[in-house]
Design a protein around this ligand. Sequence first.
Ligand code: SF4
Length: 195
Amino acid sequence: MNEMRERTLIDLFKALDGIYGANYECKHYPCHFSGQDCTFCYCPFYPCLLYDLGGEIVLSSQGEYVWSCKGCTWIHEKENVENVIFVLGRYPKQRLVEEDWWFFNRILQELFYGEVYGEELENGYNLMPAVLRNKECEEMDRVEFLAVRIYDFEILEVRRISSLEEMDGEVAIPLKEGREIYGIDRNGRKVMCKL
Ligand code: SF4
């Protein structure tokens, strides 16, 4: 298990044991907004790959693709923190240690969208139906989107592809350019949508 995931599970278990809330002693407080809940300084769903929460893929100073959560306030809102604790608290801790990114991502989809819209494919996992739903979209002749390889809650590789057949065990998400996202919707249409 990587170091960041270990840190994340420590935060999660503290929360499940009832230690949570704002951390006024933290030198970074408030890193997102005044009155925020700091329970999940390390988000249990990281990297969620769901633009709707405010995150996005960026290139780090080391030239690696990472998921940036700078724009996400969802995990710092008290009501959401309580819901996350309630849902994850139903599982034995050992199971939470052993479960993979897909398990946590499905739980986040249920919490945020009300149901799981991601699709299991033979050659990967398609998150585009979740991210593109209920958006204002226009049909395009051709689109490129992203195939993100995840291992142990880390992004190992990101590549642009233009059809789901090109996937090789990755997670498909729309390509984001500013406030526009490009991908294939649940009806198979190539679309550009507004975030
Ligand atoms: S964008 Fe928000 S919910 Fe997603 S991984 Fe980051 S902090 Fe967690």
